[in-house]
Design a protein around this ligand. Structure first.
Ligand SMILES: [Cu+2]
Length: 364
């Protein structure tokens, strides 16, 4: 415990003065070369901060255009693939995926040498329906071997592990399987060393909507999850991938986020309409820390672990934890609340201070 505490404190002090909250002149410095700040400089840095919320957010702006993705677009930009019909009448969904090395800005002025799917972190949020045939053509333009390992039901040949769909630089592979079971899943690279390939940014959401026709008495609940139905259009749905970055390669994270950019949803809150329910697809891919969590302020939610049921697995909670690779669906409403800004964040306070802090702006 003593070792953990010392590391946590030194990491936080290092970041407070060196990379995240420091003066603009220090922001461009490579994180690994930054000097540990004195208490005085950390204090001065806090005084310089915007102070909009709690004085603990990163000053400045990330260049989303240069990154090629924006955390606000990632919230809702589903990739449903190219759709066609198979001879047996079923739906075929085809996706094009690439792996490429790319430097991305994860906090203002702080660059991270990422490995990406389709040039973004997290990769595209793939969304299909239960029972669809899914075909993914994967091309590896990166400098290392990579794969796509899907969480779901499929054959060993399609597992995306060394020996089955591991792709050398310049190569390609086609993964194909039926989308089962319905739920909130994920995909990630499974090349070795695994922790390196995941923490560099190779992961994304893989959502399988339930087929109402197969869900018996739960048809109505199933229909509300099916993208494109009027029942689903009532909902405000967002993808939240909890991730973190080890910027100095010491196997501990210096920056925490949802959808990669530290404090992105604190600076620009996620706007929600008060009279429409909210559904979050929450996925934890954080490397190096055993747990991550989400705590919603001033409200409670129902939770569907792995999203594989239509009745909640936890009811009326305000905090949920997930191990790495765990995920679930959160449902809640602000309909009886007064409009305003409502926080949500990791309930590990350190993660929140280092970037995993977000805000819903509830509007009447
Ligand atoms: Cu990889």
């Amino acid at each position: 415990m003593n070792g953990w505490w010392k590391n946590a404190v030194s990491r936080r002090l290092f970041l407070a003065g060196g990379a995240l909250l420091g003066g603009a002149t220090r922001l461009g410095a490579p994180a690994a070369n930054a000097q540990p700040p004195s208490r005085g400089s950390a204090g001065a840095a806090e005084a310089d901060d915007h102070g909009k919320h709690d004085g603990m957010i990163t000053p400045g702006e990330v260049d989303h255009a240069r990154n090629g993705f924006d955390p606000h677009q990632i919230l809702t930009d589903w990739d449903t693939g190219k759709v066609s019909r198979l001879p047996d009448g079923r739906t075929l969904r085809e996706f094009e995926m690439t792996a490429e090395d790319k430097e991305i800005e994860i906090a203002p002025g702080l660059m991270f040498p990422a490995w990406t799917y389709n040039g973004r972190v997290p990769g595209p949020s793939l969304r299909v329906s239960e029972g669809d045939r899914v075909r993914i053509r994967f091309q590896n333009f990166g400098s290392h071997p990579h794969s796509i390992h899907f969480h779901g039901i499929h054959s060993a040949r399609m597992d995306g592990v060394p020996g089955a769909g591991n792709v050398l630089p310049g190569g390609e592979f086609v993964y194909e399987f039926d989308a089962l079971p319905f739920g909130c899943h994920l995909y990630h690279c499974h090349s070795v060393p695994l922790k390196r390939h995941i923490h560099k940014g190779l992961y994304g959401a893989f959502i399988i909507d339930p087929d109402p026709g197969r869900r018996g008495e739960e048809q109505e609940a199933a229909r509300s999850r099916v993208l494109g139905t009027p029942e689903n259009a009532r909902w405000q749905e967002f993808v939240l991938v909890m991730n973190a970055f080890d910027t100095n390669f010491d196997e501990e994270n210096e920056v925490y986020a949802v959808n990669t950019v530290a404090h992105a949803y604190t600076k620009r809150p996620i706007v929600i309409a008060r009279d429409r329910p909210v559904r979050l697809y929450l996925i934890n891919v954080t490397e190096f820390d055993p747990l991550n969590s989400l705590h919603l302020h001033a409200n409670f939610f129902d939770y569907y672990d792995h999203g594989t049921t239509l009745t909640p697995t936890l009811k009326t909670i305000d905090t949920v934890m997930q191990i790495q690779g765990q995920r679930g669906i959160l449902e809640f409403s602000f309909k009886d609340h007064e409009p305003g800004r409502y926080m949500f964040h990791a309930h590990q306070s350190e993660f929140a201070e280092l970037g995993w802090m977000s805000v819903f702006e509830v509007r009447a």
